[in-house]
Ligand binder design. Structure first.
Ligand code: NDP
Length: 275
């Protein structure tokens, strides 16, 4: 089954399951991205901060896949330099990727203490107007900063990329997104290997029932909830395994059992409110 494409509020679409490359060194980025594209992924999520746009770009250029079939995301890092000239930062990313336009450009973190999250969002609106990005969004904006950015510009992000997995389900933000037509994208969808999520019996029992892997069950849960997700792996067999989660359909009871895993202390990464 091919990966579904979800509509974005700006009239474009996004492949619901993509390939993330956080912590992938530039030296191997071309090789693993190439593997992912050969396996059938058409959506790649990188960032200036990952220092691997050049390697990812090499794989994109060498791929036997037409540009219009690829969906490439990168992100504006939240240092003062990048925020002072977001257009130059985006152009530098495009240069490293070897692209004229990214499909999605995100502000990487709101970083409320720097007080530049509205400015950064305004700059992305201009980046889209200039045609450097087809769609724009944000990542890691706490609810008050997200509301402020929308109120100040009158423009809602097409996508909000946030930490989201069964131990940390972000219900409040997801409800806000649903009201504003924002598509939720889960980062760290497998829990980043920081918890026992993939060993939790609520997951492994479902995996056994479907002859699937725990990671596939977790990814199928994201897809069933209408979330876009971008699991990372540098392991060839897992690259293939994760994509095949698009073929797995969970029952309402199985989804409900995983919904019950949400925990108030389930966050594994940095808190966007204080980072
Ligand atoms: P993930 O939840 O995707 O977990 C990645 C870890 O899980 C790796 O250690 C990987 O190991 C392992 N893994 C992958 N597949 C399997 C599998 N089938 N079975 C068991 N273990 C598996 O975490 P990420 O942090 O990488 O998040 C995904 C993507 O989200 C990132 O790559 C990045 O693109 C994006 N992201 C965005 C952030 C933001 O601030 N906007 C922050 C963090 C991530 P191995 O590679 O060794 O196979």
């Amino acid at each position: 089954m091919p990966v579904p494409a979800l509509p974005l509020p700006d009239g474009t679409t996004i492949p619901q399951l993509g390939y993330g490359v956080f912590l992938v060194e530039n030296e191997i980025a071309a090789d693993v991205t190439d593997r992912a594209l050969a396996a059938g992924y058409r959506h790649v999520d990188t960032a200036t901060r990952y220092d691997n746009e050049e390697g990812v770009g090499r794989a994109l250029r060498n791929a036997a896949v037409p540009r219009e079939d690829l969906f490439v995301t990168t992100k504006l890092w939240n240092d003062a330099h990048a925020h002072d000239d977001a257009i130059a930062a985006c152009e530098a990313s495009l240069d490293r990727l070897g692209l004229d336009q990214v499909d999605l450009y995100l502000v990487h973190w709101a970083a409320p203490s720097q007080g530049r999250y509205v400015e950064a969002w305004r700059a992305l609106i201009e980046i889209r107007e200039r045609g450097l990005a087809r769609s724009i969004g944000v990542a890691n904006y706490p609810l008050p900063q997200l509301e402020e950015a929308i109120d100040a510009t009158g423009v809602a992000p097409a996508v909000h990329q946030i930490e989201l997995h069964p131990y940390f389900q972000q219900r409040e933000l997801r409800e806000f997104h649903a009201r504003h037509g924002i598509v939720t994208e889960s980062w760290g969808p497998l829990g980043q290997g920081k918890s026992d999520l993939l060993e939790n019996p609520a997951i492994t029992d479902v995996a056994a029932a479907h002859d699937a892997s725990p990671a596939q069950v977790v990814l199928a849960w994201h897809l069933a909830h209408g979330l876009v997700t971008i699991p990372k792996s540098v392991t060839p067999s897992r690259i293939v395994e994760n994509l095949a989660a698009a073929e797995l359909t969970l029952t309402a009871e199985e989804l409900a059992a995983i919904d019950d895993l949400d925990r108030p202390d389930g966050r594994g990464g940095a808190d966007p409110a204080t980072r």
